[in-house]
Ligand binder design. Structure first.
Ligand code: CTP
Ligand code: MG
Length: 228
């Protein structure tokens, strides 16, 4: 395959407060990471780099073996860093072979449909591609407890992953961010800071990020509803 996906799973899950790295927390009988990997390995065949929390590489290997089936040879596990950006960088360093398109995906978006992964991979050209959803809530600009202004949500979108990029341009954008000492909130922002264009395609409600205990509960309910 000419496409790779870097699945970042090295975060600690501070806001989930589950007593273990978030990727290894169970949703049902399967972990957040296991569900994320089921989606990844159900997509078109691609190289898979899984970025593990320090000290949990063996557990992550086991999850990869369980999810990958006959695609085990496409998968590599590496150790993550202190920030998400550093974990992605570690994943990029582990790419091998003739890869020209790289997707970066949060393991925490455990229920992301494989069709969304394929749609992002397909849409990448010279621009980066992110899935996004319209903002539903009415937004306010606030200063302390004072509501200062309404915000026009029609010009806003909520970004998801996987985010896809041409490999060479993403790697140089990462090198540039490291040299500039910049830390970006997502790969699209890092890519844009290097001058790259980024387009949006429709995201998926199921690609929500498990961040809080309420999000984990939502994932549990969705799995009960659909048996996916
Ligand atoms: N991530 C990572 N390495 C880090 C930090 C985050 O690989 N040093 C990954 C997480 O594992 C997750 C994704 O980036 O899949 C999105 O991050 P987030 O939801 O913030 O996860 P955590 O950082 O683990 O959670 P928290 O911020 O609540 O601690
Ligand atoms: Mg975090």
């Amino acid at each position: 395959p000419r496409t790779a996906i870097v699945v970042v799973a090295a975060g600690s899950g501070t806001r989930l407060e589950a007593g273990a790295p978030k990727a290894l927390v169970g949703i049902d009988s399967r972990s957040v990471l296991r569900h994320a990997l089921e989606g990844v390995f159900a997509a078109q065949p691609m190289q898979v780099i899984v970025v593990a929390p320090t000290g949990f590489e063996g557990t992550v290997e086991t999850e990869v073996r369980a999810a990958a089936g006959d695609r085990r040879d496409l998968a590599t596990v590496v150790t993550g860093g202190a920030s998400r950006q550093q974990s992605v960088a570690a994943g990029l360093d582990a790419l091998w072979g003739d890869i020209d398109t790289v997707l970066v995906h949060d393991a925490a978006r455990a229920l992301t449909p494989s069709a969304l992964i394929d749609a992002v991979a397909e849409a990448v050209d010279l621009s980066g591609v992110i899935p996004s959803l319209p903002v539903i809530d009415t937004l306010k600009r606030v200063e302390g407890d004072a509501v200062v202004a309404a915000v026009d949500r029609s010009v806003l979108a909520a970004a998801q992953t996987p985010q896809g990029f041409p490999r060479a341009a993403l790697e140089s954008a990462y090198a540039r961010a490291v040299a500039a000492g910049e830390e970006h909130t997502d790969d699209a922002a890092l890519f844009a800071a290097a001058g790259g264009a980024v387009r949006s395609i429709p995201g998926s409600a199921r690609a929500f990020k498990i961040t809080t205990p309420a999000d984990l509960e939502r994932a549990r309910v969705l799995l009960m509803d659909t048996r996916t």
